[in-house]
Design a protein around this ligand. Structure first.
Ligand SMILES: Nc1ncnc2c1ncn2[C@@H]1O[C@H](COP(=O)(O)OP(=O)(O)OP(=O)(O)O)[C@@H](O)[C@H]1O
Length: 296
């Protein structure tokens, strides 16, 4: 394990740093947790100014990967390169970074104090974030009295308050209503536009499709990675749609009123394959990994 983190939590805020030439990220990382291989030789590069999405089903390794990136989990093989903790922002899943018995303003002030931000700089930053997150009318409300979406947005504001170089978000929009999801995505895009390296785990594949690059995990292993368009273009096998499954039930799934069917290999006679969106594509990659030994 060779994590390169020069700073310690709680050290004084330092100016923004350049990423090393090879960039920040997790490179060839293997993580074993209590005899479970949570990550198996996974690489995730996190360039500045870009949004990198990590997707995958339950237990795929998303949280472990993000926690590895911010130094909370040790790798048993591979390498992690990240800014010092004081220059990272981490939003854990479920808005668990929010103090429920503090008001919105107190939450922000508390985190600002930890980063030694005060006075005019804090007033300006607080006003900017509250306006962008649509929380200006709720500054004096206890966090426990916020809606789930408002709490997620507050958690986001806490993670980004000190303008981190690397912003790591664990399922920021899970359980959030569609309007708040749009707000959150705007905040995330804005952070990237301000040259922050943004990494987010998400279960919403339409969000992943809007990221600059995307990493698809399954059981701790990489199924696909790259620009969303490249992932879609590389979708394995053949995908069709219809009213009923075109093959075995375990290779079919519902999409709205339709049923998608997948099989490995090229289209068969008479089949009319469809183009995959990210949701179909991730399912196809997963099925391909599960059925890699099957004849096409
Ligand atoms: N502390 C731990 N001890 C042992 N195994 C763990 C621990 N934390 C996670 N795991 C295992 O590591 C694997 C990856 O878990 P992880 O939480 O990273 O997945 P995830 O993609 O974030 O899933 P979810 O979306 O369900 O939270 C799972 O098999 C999980 O059971």
């Amino acid at each position: 394990m060779s994590r390169t983190v020069p700073g310690e939590r709680g050290e004084e805020a330092s100016p923004a740093r350049q990423a090393p030439p090879e960039g920040w990220g997790v490179f060839g990382a293997t993580v074993v947790l209590d005899r479970t291989t949570a990550l198996d030789d996974v690489t995730l590069a996190t360039p500045r100014g870009e949004v990198t999405a990590v997707v995958g089903g339950d237990g795929a390794g998303k949280t472990t990967l993000l926690r590895t990136l911010v130094g909370r989990v040790r790798v048993s093989a591979g390498r992690v390169s990240a800014p010092p903790p004081v220059r990272c922002g981490f939003m854990p899943t479920g808005a668990s970074g929010v103090w429920l018995d503090l008001s919105v303003a107190e939450n922000l002030d508390f985190v600002a104090a930890a980063h030694r931000i005060g006075g005019r700089a804090l007033a300006d930053r607080r006003a900017e974030l509250l306006a962008a997150a649509g929380l200006a009318g709720a500054v004096d409300r206890l966090a426990q009295d916020l809606s789930g979406g408002m709490r997620q947005k507050l958690a986001f504001c806490l993670a980004i308050l000190h303008r981190p170089d690397l912003l790591v978000l664990d399922e920021p929009s899970t359980g959030v209503d569609p309007v708040s999801r749009v707000d959150l995505w705007r905040l995330i895009s804005r952070a990237a536009a301000e040259d922050t390296a943004v990494v987010m785990a998400t279960t919403y594949l339409d969000e992943a499709e809007r990221a600059t690059t995307c990493l698809v995990l399954d059981h701790g292993a990489t199924l696909a990675s790259g620009a969303p368009a490249a992932i879609l273009a590389g979708t394995p096998g053949t995908l069709t749609t219809g009213r009923a499954p075109a093959g075995p039930a375990e290779l079919s799934w519902r999409r709205g009123y339709e049923t998608r069917s997948w099989h490995p290999g090229p289209p068969r006679d008479g089949e009319e394959p469809i183009s995959a969106d990210m949701e179909d594509s991730v399912i196809a990659y997963t099925l391909a990994a599960q059925h890699s030994g099957d004849a096409s």
